[in-house]
Design a protein around this ligand. Sequence first.
Ligand code: PEP
Ligand code: MG
Length: 757
Amino acid sequence: MTVSTASSAREILTRLHDVMASRANAQTKLNQVVNIIGEATSSEVCSLYLLRDGALELFATRGLSQEAVHVTKLALGEGLVGSIAERVEILNLDEAAAHPDFAYKPETGEERFHSFAGVPIIRRERAVGVLCVQHTEPRRYEDLEIEALQTVGMVVSELIANAGLVDGPESAANRPASTAALRLAGQKLVDGMARGFAVFHQPRINIEHTVAEDIEAERRRVYSAFAKMREQIDTMAAQAEFGVGGEHEEVLETYKMFAYDEGWSRRINEAIDSGLTAEAAIERVQQRTRMRMRQIDDPLLADRMHDLEDLANRLLRIVSGQLGTAAQMGLRQDAILIARNLGPAELLEYDRRRLKGVILEEGSLTAHVTIVARAMGVPVLGRVKDVRRLIGEGDLLLLDANQSAVFVRPSASMEEAFEAKLALSQKRRASYAALRGLPPVTRDGQRITLMVNAGLRDDAAALDLTGADGIGLFRTEFQFLVSATLPQRERQQRLYRDILDAARDRPVVFRTVDIGGDKALPYMRPDDMGEENPAMGWRALRVALERDGLMKAQARALLEASAGRPLHVMFPMVSEPWEFEAAKAIFEAQRTWIASRNRPLPTQIRYGAMLEVPALAECLDLLLPELDFLSIGTNDLTQFLFAADRAHPKLAERYDWLSPAILRFLRRIIVPARDHGVPVTVCGEMGGRTLEAMALLGLGIERLSITPIGIGPVKAMVRSLDLAALRPVMEGWLANPPRNLRQELSRWAEDHGVELA
Ligand code: PEP
Ligand code: MG
């Protein structure tokens, strides 16, 4: 073999380019390819195996017996060639027969050859063939020679994909590392089951051309893509301080490190020198890194590898101009979306009729994207490790969020079991639907108020579907999140009126905008709100009181929309009593203004505060006399109580809602509120889970506002619960908490015939 510099590799590529541009048929081209490589590398043998019908078939050879072509076949994992393909690994041996995987195929006549080097031909991270060279003299091939073979392998991969020589694009080329059926575990973020096909939020790029026509032009393309990517990363880092896109700081730091890594851009440049297009060069370097990483078993490095993959994909998208997300490109039917993470606004871009489920590599229970998905009725499985490597675009998926699992490319028996379960869960849902007209009354006669959380116009339909008592939390910021520009007062008013119309005589509690945190607005630039710790930063009422133009417009919209009927309004993130008073004063000023114009007013205005910041609990005695109602937002409250970011994937499962700290804290709020005659609702996600809801009732909560899909199961729980029996037990547990309160509660529920979902 004589390949020792990039220019020699380039010579091979130039010759390959001519072959590929010719009109010959695919087989003739492959015959020419093995000849060129064999000749250029002075190897006696050069053979090409391609994956067809699940086996590696000898497609072309120079040096082995021609009789063996299309006859010799190796299973994945069989022989040296099979093991290269299975492990997507290079082999470089001076004595092939001495390797434990060596499998002798007499028809090839290969016994004369001693040294052997083979590289996988990769498409979408999976081997679709093997290219190998053999030599009579026992010697090891040099690294540069192997690299040249790999580069050639990329071009061959283009040739065989274009000629459709390997297993079809859906089944093979787009497939991930393995094609076998898999069960992947994750964390249930939104309940539900779905059957659908994998769609990547950031679609993968198909590399169409691998051999460069003009090397300098390719270099310029890569340069400008790098510049653009760095600019994007810098913007993301600036926005992350405000929480846009949910990208995590640590990840962004790594992105930044790679984006500015000289070594990476140099290696891509070298690959371009060898004659590859910009896209192929990026992919080539990525393949090499993947192979190296596979040999290092270090979870920390594996994490970094994900980041580099993300970035390489981003670079590929920029360089190829294929920029849109799957939402912008039009979603297929029955889609199950795969992403590392998503922002709430990104999720809202998807057509909810086509979107059947979401699978995230990160994600947490109370992140707003999860709340939005719950509102959309889309099951979500989070924290699925390596999902973007293990699932291929278009793969059939059976998502069983209830079981915290997804079945990938399921076997027939998996499908059968899934269908049976799905039927059962539909039956269960039907039984919940049958409860719609029945009141949520406990076995001992306590009437519980069950309301829904909402935020989108369509959500009002949930009232009739579930038979809920009203909307206990209307997140008005959702309208702001889905709009490209700040919604004007008239648009706000229209939405509020529609919601009130749909609710008829049932109450709707409008929460004034809670933006900031992980709910960032695309039209509010980070410069306006840049900060290090957005969840504890300038958000919700803090923004509203300072930017009071926003609040005034919303107050007018709400007051006018509620003309002739009662208005319930509540303020998020009240931390000190004066904030509630200031917010109320803004509403009252608007009321006075409307009255002075003799325009119709609401029949009654009821003002409430959300208790989400623990500090407020200490001053509740000062605030309670001012309040018409109080609503506890357990999502934010728990993040502040435990100092645990609600959107942080690593903290997603760390603290339990059923911990003594939370339950005792809630109790401290409930008691004085009751003494002041102020009704208390819990409106966080906690209340939508049956066991947690049971604990809340045990604490003395009588009003829950929960996700619509929770109404059926929670009502079934309420109707099977003897509340008078639970309360003293709960008191005992609060005084002397058992080691595992969740376990005790479950056991109690089981012993007392409480229906839990
Ligand atoms: C909460 O914090 O519990 C809450 C209901 O509000 P959000 O989830 O919108 O912050
Ligand atoms: Mg909140």
